[in-house]
Design a protein around this ligand. Structure first.
Ligand SMILES: [Ca+2]
Length: 139
């Protein structure tokens, strides 16, 4: 675009529209990349981020929580309330990381974050985001 063209009202509108289109494309790409990362991320980064002193529960309790989430998600339909309830037991970011590690890779090939993205619709994921935000976890 020529400098002279930018000075005309039509040129300015064109410039603003181009900028808005770029912003919208960037947001969509960011959103998609985030979703893809959650679907395919493995548990290594979570395991590196666990301080045993910040864990609220015993190993077997995390196992029980992981099982409850898998049972709630597996098969036809999804028991969202159980998923919300279990996630609200978590008290620290380490609890979340530990749960992701203990959940591991489930029978359908999903890690916990990917499973939640796969099972839950947008508003349900938003609810999970709110529950995890409480303990300082960005989902
Ligand atoms: Ca299901």
């Amino acid at each position: 675009m020529l400098a002279q063209e930018i000075l005309t009202p039509a040129g300015r509108i064109k410039l603003i529209i181009n900028a808005l289109v770029i912003i919208v494309i960037a947001l969509v790409v960011y959103w998609l990349a985030n979703k893809v990362m959650k679907l395919f991320s493995n548990t290594r980064s979570y395991a590196d981020d666990i301080n045993p002193q910040n864990l609220t529960y015993s190993e077997s309790e995390y196992n029980t929580m992981a099982d409850a989430i898998f049972q709630a998600a597996d098969g036809w339909g999804t028991d969202e309330d159980t998923i919300y309830r279990v996630l609200s037991y978590l008290r620290t970011p380490d609890d979340w990381n530990k749960l992701v590690v203990v959940y591991g890779k489930d029978a359908d090939g999903f890690y916990l974050p990917g499973r939640l993205v796969y099972e839950l619709d947008h508003s349900e994921q938003e609810k999970v985001r709110q529950i995890l935000k409480r303990i300082g976890v960005n989902f």
